[in-house]
Design a protein around this ligand. Structure first.
Ligand SMILES: Nc1ncnc2c1ncn2[C@@H]1O[C@H](COP(=O)(O)OP(=O)(O)OP(=O)(O)O)[C@@H](O)[C@H]1O
Length: 955
C-alpha cells in the first residue's frame, strides 16, 4: 500500500462534470446522489458553572429523534422538534459519530465529497464534539484503508481558520491572509494554502494536534477556551486500483471537518474590545450561513435563485458542502440550561431549516495521466499487432472461398498444361503425317522414294540416317514408330488406307484441340467466378465508399461551431460522438475488405512467375520429356484432357511449338475481349494460314488475364488505402473538433458562473417577497451590529412589511447600514494610534445612546403599561420576579437583542411600539420620514442625532 508518497507534480488531471456546481468533477457520468443534509442535535450536560448557578435543564427527549422544551416557569412551550437523531446529555461522542457522522465521513473513501460540521451557540460543545468526531473518523478511515488492499491511497492534509473574516493557514502561521480564488475546475480554492502528504495515521494525528494548537482561542464569560474562529480541517483522499490493472481512473474526494465559532450575545459573554469585535465577525458570518441554509431550504433544497454564498468567506469555502457536490452532516450543539433557552431555540430553528436542504453528491473520478498514458500505449501496440496479422476470424467465408478457388485454379492449371502438351504433340504428329503424306503422294506417280520406302520398311539402321525432310530426331523417330504402328494396324501398304488413317488422325487432333479449348473455357470460368469473388469485394468497397461519402455529407461540421446554449452544445457533442463511431466501424469494415483482397492477390499466380515459367522454355529451348514408346496405336496417343499422359523419353522442343502461332494473331481487340474470343476460336485448320478466328497461344492469354486481374486488384487496394487514410484524417479532425467543443463547454460554464455571481437582477425571477425577507434579515443584523436606536428599528420594521413600494427604502437603509458597518469594522481594524478621538467615539457614543434609550424605555414600561400587561410581558419574556426596576430593565434589555431570532424581533417591535405609542397604521410617522439621503457617520452630529432625534421625534 502506498500511503503518503510525496507528490511534487499534479498527480492527476481532473475532468470536469457538466454540472456547474464548483468542486464537482468526474470523467464518466456517475450517478448523482440527491439527499437531504443529515441533521442531528447534541445536548451537552450542564457545565459546572451552570450547576453552581442552579440553572435548570430546559429540554426533554421523548425519543431518539425528538427534543421539546420543558414547561418551566410557565413559559412559552417550544417544540417538539424532530431530527435525524437527538443525542441527550448522556450520549457519548462515539455514539454521536456512529449515528451522525460515520456514514458521511467514509464516503470520502469512495470518491464522494463529505462535510461534517458543528453549529451552535458559544460553549454548547462544538469543539468538544468535533474533536471526538475527527479522531473517530481518522481511526475509521485508516481501518478501512488497511482492509482495502486492492487500492492505493494517497491522503493529503490541510487546515485553515477564518478569524475576523481573514483566512489563515493553520499549517503555515507565517502566511498572513490567504485569498480565495474561483477555479473553474475545482470551485473555490484557497490560494497558496499548504497541503501536506500524510505518511500514516500517527502523522495525521500529529498534524491535527498542531493545527488545534495554532487556532485562535480566547476566554469569555461563557467559555474559558472559546474558539474565536471557524476552523476547517480538510482531508483529500485519492485512491486508485493497484498498478497493472489497466484501470486508469481513481477516486478523488475531500472530507471537511468544520468547527464553527459559536454565536454569542455580547451581553452574555460580557465581551468588549477584541472579544466584541470577534463576536461581531462570528455573528455576521454565521448569519450568512443561516441565510444560505434558509434560502436553500426555501427553494426546496434546490439551488435555485440567488444563494448568497459570496457574502462571507465561510460560505464561499463551504459552498459545495451547502447544497452542492457533497454529502453533509450537521451536528447542532445545545446547552441544556434554561438560561440559554432562547439561543438554543435559535439553534433548533437553524437545524430545522438545514433539514430541508438537499445536496447533490456524486462520485468524483479522475484520470491519472501516467496510467492513461500506459493504457493508451498498450492499446496502440495491440492495434498495430492486429494490423500486422489480421484476424482470420475477420472474414472466414471469404478466406475459405479463396482457398477453394486457389485449389481449383491450381488443378485447372495442371490440366491445362497437360492439354497443351497433348495439343502440341498432336500438332507435331500432324506435321509428320502431312509430310509423309506428301512423300506418299509423290510415290503414287514415280514410285515410292527411297526414303519413304525406307521409312515404311522401317529398318533400324535408317534411324542413323539424318532425313532432310524431318526436322528433328524426335520427329523422325516418332514418325517412323507411328508409321510402323499404322502398318501393323492396317497390315497394308495401301496408300488410300493411309490417307484414311491420316484423316482420322486429323479429326482426332481437332477433337483434342476442342477439348483443350473447353478446358481453357472452364479455366476462364473459374477465373471469372474468382473475379466475381473479388467483384463481391469490389461491390462491398463501392458500397462502403458511397456510405462514406454519405457520412461525409452528414458529418460536414463547420470549423467554428456556434454554441448558442448548453442544450445545443450537448446535441452537437452527441452528434459528433455518433459519427465518430460510424466512421470507426466503417474504417474497420474497410480494413477487413482490404485484408481480404490482399490475401486474394497473394494467392493468385504471380504475373511475373507465370511469365517466367512460360517464356523461359522458348528462350532456352527447354526440352520437355514426352513418352510415345507405349503408344502402340493412335487412339492411345490422343487422349482426353482429363487423362494426363505419363512422361516418357519422347522429346518435343517446346519453343518450336510456341512459335508456330503467327505474330499477327496477337492483335485482336482489347486484352479481355481477345482472351474470350480466342478461347472460343476453333482449332487451327490444316493449312497454316492464321484466319481471324485462329487460336493464339493460351499461355499468353493466361498471362494477360492474370496481369489484368492483378492490376484491377492493385487499383482497388490503392483506392481503399486512400480512403482509409482519408477516414483516419477525418477521425482526427473529429477528435479535434470534439476537443474544441469541450473547451467551449468549459468557457460557457465559466461565463455562466461569472454572470451568476455578478448580477442578482439577472437571476431567474426572484419574487420580491424573497428579496424583501433577505434584505430585512440583513438590515436587522446590521442594526444590531451598528447599535442602531431601538425606536428606529421598531418604526422601520413596522412600516415596511414587504409592499413593493418599500423596495427603495429597504435599499437605502441597507446601503446606509452596510456603509456604516464597514466603516466601523475599518475603524476596528485600525491600530489605536490611527484612531482619532472622533473615530473612537463613534462606537462608544452609539452604545451609550442605545443604553440611554433602553433606560428611557424601561421608565415607560411603568407609565405606558398597566400591572397586568407588565406581568404578562414578564412571564412571556422569562423575567424572574426580582426588584421592580430591575425587571423593567431586564425586559427592555431583552428587546431587539437577538437578530437571528425572528420571534424575538417581532415581539420586540411590538413591545417598543406599545411603549412609544407607535402603531402600524403610521399615525405618528410616515414612510417619507425615513429620508432617502445617505447619512454619513463621518458627520458625527448627524450620526448621533440618528439615535437621539429618532428617539425625541417619536417618544
Ligand atoms: N458532551 C459534553 N460532555 C461533557 N462536556 C462537554 C460536552 N460538550 C462540551 N463540554 C464542555 O463544555 C465546555 C465548552 O465546550 P466547547 O469549547 O466545545 O464549546 P464550543 O461550542 O466549542 O464553544 P465556543 O463556540 O465558544 O468555542 C468545555 O469545557 C467542554 O469540555
Amino acid at each position: 500500500m502506498v500511503i503518503g508518497t510525496p507528490v511534487t507534480t499534479p498527480l492527476s488531471k481532473i475532468v470536469r462534470t457538466p454540472s456547474r456546481v464548483p468542486g464537482s468533477r468526474r470523467t464518466t457520468p456517475s450517478k448523482i446522489r440527491e439527499e437531504k443534509i443529515l441533521v442531528t442535535i447534541r445536548v451537552r450536560p450542564l457545565s459546572p458553572k451552570e450547576q453552581a448557578a442552579y440553572d435548570l435543564i430546559a429540554w426533554d427527549f421523548p425519543d431518539e429523534q425528538t427534543i421539546v422544551s420543558k414547561n418551566l416557569n410557565h413559559e412559552r412551550h417550544t417544540g417538539p422538534y424532530s431530527f435525524d437523531y437527538v443525542f441527550d446529555p448522556t450520549c457519548s461522542t462515539s455514539k454521536v459519530y456512529e449515528q451522525g457522522a460515520r456514514d458521511v465521513a467514509l464516503s470520502a473513501l469512495n470518491g464522494i465529497n463529505a462535510t461534517i460540521f458543528a453549529y451552535g451557540q458559544t460553549s454548547s460543545g462544538k469543539t468538544f464534539t468535533m474533536r471526538g468526531i475527527t479522531e473517530s473518523a481518522v481511526n475509521d478511515i485508516y481501518g478501512r484503508i488497511k482492509l482495502t488492499t486492492e487500492r492505493d491511497f494517497v491522503l493529503k492534509f490541510s487546515a485553515l481558520e477564518i478569524y475576523n473574516e481573514t483566512v489563515v493557514d493553520l499549517l503555515n502561521r507565517e502566511s498572513v491572509s490567504l485569498r480565495l480564488l474561483d477555479d473553474p475546475e475545482k470551485g473555490v480554492i484557497v490560494e497558496k494554502q499548504v497541503e501536506e502528504i500524510v505518511k500514516d495515521e500517527e502523522h495525521l494525528k500529529t498534524l491535527i494536534g498542531t493545527v488545534e494548537a495554532h487556532r485562535q482561542v480566547g476566554e469569555t464569560a461563557l467559555n474559558d477556551k472559546s474558539s474565536r474562529s471557524h476552523q476547517i480541517i480538510r482531508l483529500t483522499i485519492e485512491s486508485s486500483i493497484r498498478e497493472n490493472s489497466g484501470c486508469v481512473k481513481s477516486f478523488l474526494a475531500t472530507l471537511n471537518l468544520v468547527d464553527l465559532a459559536g454565536s454569542e450575545r455580547a451581553s452574555q459573554t460580557s465581551a468588549d474590545g477584541t472579544r466584541l469585535k470577534e463576536g461581531s465577525h462570528i455573528n455576521r458570518s454565521l448569519l450568512t450561513v443561516t441565510n444560505v441554509i434558509r434560502k436553500l431550504s426555501c427553494s426546496g433544497g434546490k439551488r435555485s435563485g440567488h444563494i448568497p454564498y459570496r457574502d462571507s468567506k465561510l460560505t464561499r469555502i463551504l459552498q459545495a458542502s451547502l447544497g452542492g457536490n457533497s454529502r453533509t452532516a450537521i451536528i447542532c450543539t445545545l446547552s441544556p440550561a434554561l438560561s440559554h433557552l432562547e439561543q438554543s431555540r435559535n439553534t433548533l430553528c437553524f437545524a430545522t431549516s438545514a433539514k430541508e436542504v438537499t445536496t447533490t453528491a456524486q462520485v468524483n473520478m479522475v484520470v491519472a495521466e501516467k496510467q492513461l498514458l500506459k493504457h493508451l500505449q498498450k492499446e496502440v501496440s495491440r492495434l498495430e499487432a492486429e494490423l500486422r496479422s489480421p484476424d482470420p476470424a475477420a472474414s472466414p467465408c471469404l478466406r475459405s472461398l479463396l482457398i477453394e478457388k486457389e485449389r481449383k485454379i491450381q488443378k485447372m492449371e495442371e490440366e491445362m498444361n497437360e492439354l497443351k502438351r497433348q495439343r502440341d504433340l498432336a500438332q507435331s504428329q500432324l506435321e509428320l503425317e502431312r509430310r509423309s503424306k506428301k512423300e506418299l503422294k509423290g510415290s503414287d506417280h514415280h514410285g515410292p522414294s527411297r526414303q519413304v520406302v525406307k521409312c515404311l520398311s522401317f529398318t533400324p539402321e535408317d534411324e542413323e540416317v539424318s532425313g532432310a525432310s524431318l526436322s528433328t530426331n524426335l520427329g523422325r523417330k516418332s514418325l517412323l514408330e507411328r508409321q510402323a504402328a499404322i502398318r501393323r494396324s492396317t497390315n497394308s501398304t495401301n496408300p488410300s488406307m493411309l490417307v484414311h488413317e491420316i484423316r482420322k488422325l486429323e479429326m482426332r487432333q481437332r477433337q483434342l484441340g476442342d477439348e483443350a479449348n473447353h478446358a481453357l473455357q472452364l479455366l476462364h470460368k473459374e477465373f471469372a467466378s474468382h473475379r466475381i469473388g473479388s467483384q463481391g469485394a469490389t461491390e462491398t468497397i463501392a458500397k462502403l465508399f458511397s456510405e462514406i461519402k454519405e457520412l461525409q455529407k452528414i458529418s460536414c461540421i463547420p470549423e467554428q461551431i456556434e454554441i448558442k446554449d448548453k442544450a445545443s452544445l450537448k446535441e452537437e457533442i452527441a452528434r459528433l460522438r455518433s459519427q465518430e463511431s460510424n466512421i470507426a466501424s466503417l474504417e474497420q469494415k474497410l480494413e477487413n475488405v482490404q485484408r481480404s483482397i490482399d490475401e486474394l492477390v497473394m494467392h493468385l499466380p504471380s504475373c511475373h512467375e507465370s511469365a517466367d515459367s512460360r517464356t523461359a522454355p522458348s528462350k532456352k529451348k527447354r526440352v520437355l520429356p514426352f513418352n510415345l514408346s507405349n503408344t502402340s496405336n493412335i487412339p492411345n496417343i490422343i487422349r482426353s484432357p482429363c487423362s494426363p499422359m505419363s512422361p516418357s523419353s519422347c522429346n518435343i522442343v517446346e519453343g518450336e511449338i510456341e512459335n508456330r502461332a503467327p505474330p499477327e494473331c496477337n492483335n485482336v481487340g482489347s486484352a479481355g475481349d481477345s482472351f474470350c474470343s480466342q478461347l472460343s476460336t476453333p482449332v487451327k485448320s490444316k493449312d497454316d494460314n492464321c484466319t481471324p478466328g485462329s487460336r493464339q497461344s493460351n499461355s499468353v492469354n493466361m498471362k494477360k488475364m492474370q496481369t489484368m486481374f492483378k492490376k484491377a486488384a492493385e487499383d482497388n487496394i490503392r483506392s481503399i488505402k486512400a480512403y482509409v487514410t482519408e477516414l483516419k484524417e477525418r477521425v482526427a479532425k473529429l477528435q479535434y473538433q470534439k476537443q474544441l467543443l469541450v473547451c467551449q463547454v468549459l468557457e460557457l460554464e465559466a461565463n455562466e458562473a461569472a454572470s451568476d455571481e455578478a448580477d442578482i437582477s439577472d437571476q431567474s425571477p426572484l419574487s420580491w417577497h424573497l428579496v424583501f425577507e433577505d434584505q430585512r434579515q440583513q438590515i436587522i443584523m446590521l442594526w444590531h451590529l451598528c447599535h442602531v436606536s431601538l425606536v428606529h428599528r421598531t418604526q422601520f420594521y413596522m412600516l415596511f412589511k414587504g409592499d413593493p413600494s418599500d423596495q427603495i427604502y429597504l435599499e437605502v437603509e441597507l446601503r446606509r447600514l452596510t456603509w456604516l458597518d464597514e466603516h466601523l469594522a475599518g475603524l476596528g481594524n485600525a491600530s489605536p494610534a490611527l484612531l482619532g478621538d472622533d473615530a473612537a467615539g463613534y462606537v462608544s457614543s452609539s452604545i451609550k445612546a442605545l443604553k440611554q434609550e433602553r433606560e428611557y424605555l424601561a421608565k415607560r414600561v411603568s407609565s405606558k403599561l398597566n400591572a397586568e400587561e407588565r406581568e404578562m410581558l414578564y412571564v412571556k419574556w422569562d423575567i424572574p420576579p426580582d426588584g421592580k426596576q430591575r425587571r423593567r430593565l431586564q425586559l427592555v434589555n431583552k428587546l431587539w437583542s437577538d437578530p437571528l431570532n425572528m420571534q424575538n424581533v417581532r415581539d420586540s417591535a411590538e413591545v417598543v411600539a406599545k411603549l412609544v405609542g407607535f402603531c402600524e397604521t403610521g399615525e405618528h410617522v410616515s414612510k417619507e420620514m425615513f429620508q432617502l439621503n445617505f447619512v454619513s457617520p463621518s458627520d458625527k452630529k448627524t450620526w448621533i442625532g440618528w439615535n437621539l432625534i429618532s428617539n425625541l421625534l417619536h417618544l
